[in-house]
Ligand binder design. Sequence first.
Ligand SMILES: Cc1cc2nc3c(=O)[nH]c(=O)nc-3n(C[C@H](O)[C@H](O)[C@H](O)COP(=O)(O)OP(=O)(O)OC[C@H]3O[C@@H](n4cnc5c(N)ncnc54)[C@H](O)[C@@H]3O)c2cc1C
Length: 400
Amino acid sequence: MRKKVLVLGTNFAGLTAALAVRHELHGDVDVTVVSPDRKFLFTPSLIWLPFGKRDRDDITFDVVETLEDHGVGFEHAAATHVDPVARRVTLDDGQVLGYDYLVIATGYRNQTDVVPGFAEHAVTITTLAEAERTAVAWQKFLENPGDVVVAATQGAGCFGAAYEFLFNTSYQLRKAGLHKDVKLTYVTAEPFLGHFGIGGLPHGESLLGMFLKKEGIGTRLATPIDHVDDGALVLGDGEVLPFAFGMVVPPFLGQEFLLASTDLVDAKGYVKVRDTYQSESYDDVYAVGVAAAVDVPWQTPTPVGIPKTGYPTETQAHVAARNIAAQVRGEEPGDHKEFGDIPAVCVMDAGNNGVIILADKMLPPRKHGILIPGPQAHLMKLGFEKYFLWKMKHGHTQLP
Ligand SMILES: Cc1cc2nc3c(=O)[nH]c(=O)nc-3n(C[C@H](O)[C@H](O)[C@H](O)COP(=O)(O)OP(=O)(O)OC[C@H]3O[C@@H](n4cnc5c(N)ncnc54)[C@H](O)[C@@H]3O)c2cc1C
């Protein structure tokens, strides 16, 4: 009997894992993907959506056709419960699906209660719906400008997006002729500029400092946020930063339904994994992408999270696919790659400029790490968006 692989989630992690398992086993396996969303979303472009540079159709595509073309089934539903002992997953449409191997790739949700007033008074860009709400807020801001705050709260890990949005905001303020009149402030939990939640990279702090100085952006480092009022960010030390537009990046959590599977997940709902991306407790349950837990290896005065970016997500999905294929063939899972040992490959966009970020490892100790600033980084990001959407839409997950 052909083995059944069930994949929960169909974005970077889920789509890659589903197609890669089929590829590894030359199609001799039944793969089904479950997701409440039929669309693949290229999350990195959410930084541009509020400024009207992208809309949802530019950065999404329907995954069902892609999956069908590659012989993968699709259930348009949300998983509501995983029973790893009975090897069953319950869906919100009442179905119960059995599996031989399960891949949990359900990503993140915003921790909306991170600070009081975040959900009511701030906007964010971490989901498509939120980025669209932010686009409306930006239009209102342009009609009635005032000071702007971009912030990453205590516990946040997605600092790259915060910086990108900050520099894109500065660029847009210039374009709108508002740069001289608007005070732009960056509030972050990072202990120093360019920490990025990965401990920083050589010359990162000075480079980011230079960028911020050139743009006239004020900073509050290692700063917790106490709460968000209507039109003001109130910091841990009592300082009040009034804003006409306030974009705040919160921490992420794993999906709520996973919390009931206490032997699978940590307190945040992330699946505890080994370096094979098998769950710590079950050999036939895998987790990849944001859904997989990563321990923060340091303590900072204000807590910071880990950025679980696209490149490590894809790497984990391929490692999991190879290990599932090995298990299906009756072998031991032999592919091992700790999150911290996966290379860091990222482009930070700054509107018409940017920084290419490369390091031999996501987390220190590292041998190499380099930041390459310049307009070519912006062009690279534009090109990469088109390439990546093409690659995923056509299911070419074996390409880099
Ligand atoms: C604004 C922003 C900018 C970013 N920029 C970059 C960047 O420039 N470079 C970079 O490398 N990374 C970037 N990232 C990080 C990148 O988006 C993540 O690495 C990537 O989204 C991880 O993919 P994932 O599939 O693990 O999770 P997600 O993208 O969160 O996908 C989760 C999937 O699970 C599905 N799902 C959710 N709940 C259920 C359920 N109950 N049952 C079944 N399915 C479910 C969802 O519908 C979705 O398909 C950025 C992130 C953000 C928010």
